[in-house]
Design a protein around this ligand. Structure first.
Ligand SMILES: Nc1ncnc2c1ncn2[C@@H]1O[C@H](COP(=O)(O)OP(=O)(O)O)[C@@H](O)[C@H]1O
Ligand SMILES: NC(=O)OP(=O)(O)O
Length: 325
């Protein structure tokens, strides 16, 4: 059993922790209820939890709903506002789910969702090169039909699963509410923050101005973890480990890995851009800024094993032990 008692942990929830196939509110609430039951184990151990989450499918779906129902007097909301709306909806579900899961274990803690603004730079090249997939997958015909009506939309083919709209995804520079998150944790509250990577804003003349983009939640979570001086950044996704030679006969799981070794795999093109690469980069950035900390990439299903045995991909600033499954 790993002793994690009293550690400050940022847990970033990936897509499958919220939405599998069914995008109804009920199905997402059910998925989050299951997720919350896993997360509560950390509270049981006495750890301080800060939860972040993605919003790619949800914010894309919301934009579609907005477009479908819009009129001259009821215009669609811009993307930054849509991100804030998904922070509210997912935060509401998760906050309730956690409260229930805590009660099931005889625990009680306040849980609160914080609308979080993440500062980005207007000079970020991402604004002219959209890469962040949002919303549903389309086949070629459906994608071409949408593109005929919306020539301004850009699409990419996403890992053999179809086409998805892409939007700019600038790197986080600062988390405006990091101090509030820290104060909440210090007061024993579980904050849900940086939802959907945070609302992208730029700072100008004492004002924060929204930008139409979706920040990668792994990078935003890393920035937050750094700013709140977390001990651990846990990135939950669909796979229990990061793999070298992923999906090939020579595939092997990385268990304990130092950043120098991981950097070589990045150079070698081992991690897919837009899926595993941002997670690996976020993990490397975290342990670079917090050399005494660790980053973990694993699945929700493997979380209990991680707590018991350290199973999962554990990234450290230095080679402690390096081995493969
Ligand atoms: N080298 C790799 N090791 C493990 N998974 C990989 C690798 N390269 C790509 N992947 C894929 O990346 C996915 C995680 O990215 P993604 O689905 O975008 O994350 P999220 O859970 O945040 O929505 C994994 O489920 C896996 O299919
Ligand atoms: N904002 C974000 O990174 O969302 P996903 O993790 O759902 O793609």
């Amino acid at each position: 059993m790993i002793n994690m008692t009293g550690r400050r942990i940022v847990v970033a929830l990936g897509g499958n922790a919220i939405l599998a196939k069914d995008a109804s509110a009920e199905a997402q609430q059910r998925a989050l209820q299951e997720t919350a039951r896993h997360l509560v184990n950390f509270v049981k151990e006495g750890d301080q939890l800060i939860i972040t989450h993605g919003n790619g499918p949800q914010v894309g779906n919301l934009l579609l709903q907005q477009a479908a129902g819009s009129t001259e007097t009821n215009p669609p909301m811009p993307l930054d506002t849509a991100v804030a709306m998904t922070q509210g909806s997912i935060g509401y579900w998760l906050q309730n789910a956690l409260t229930t899961a805590l009660a099931e274990q005889g625990l009680s803690s306040d849980v609160a969702t914080l609308v979080t603004q993440v500062v980005v730079s207007d000079d970020d090249p991402a604004f002219t090169h959209p890469t962040k997939p949002i919303g549903p997958f389309y086949d070629l015909t459906a994608m071409q039909k949408i593109n005929a009506t919306h020539p301004e939309f850009e699409f990419v083919e996403d890992a053999g699963r179809g086409f998805r709209r892409v939007v700019p995804s600038p790197r986080p520079v600062d988390v405006k509410e990091a101090g509030v998150v820290k104060a909440m944790v210090n007061a024993g509250i579980i904050p849900i923050a940086c939802g959907g990577g945070g609302v992208p804003v730029v700072s100008s003349h004492n004002q924060l101005i929204g930008r139409e983009a979706v920040i990668d939640k792994d990078f935003a979570s890393e920035k937050l973890a750094e700013l709140v001086e977390a001990d651990l950044l846990i990135i939950l996704t669909a796979v229990d480990h990061v793999y070298v030679d992923f999906n090939q006969p020579t595939q092997r799981a990385l268990t304990k890995v130092a950043i120098d070794e991981l950097r070589e795999y990045v150079t070698d093109g081992q991690f897919a851009a837009g899926s595993m690469l941002p997670k690996v980069e976020a993990a490397m950035a975290f342990v670079t800024h917090r050399p005494t900390g660790q980053a973990v990439i694993t699945s929700l299903e493997n979380l209990a094993d991680y707590v018991q045995t350290g199973s999962g991909t554990v990234i450290s600033s230095q080679a402690l032990v390096t081995d493969y499954d």
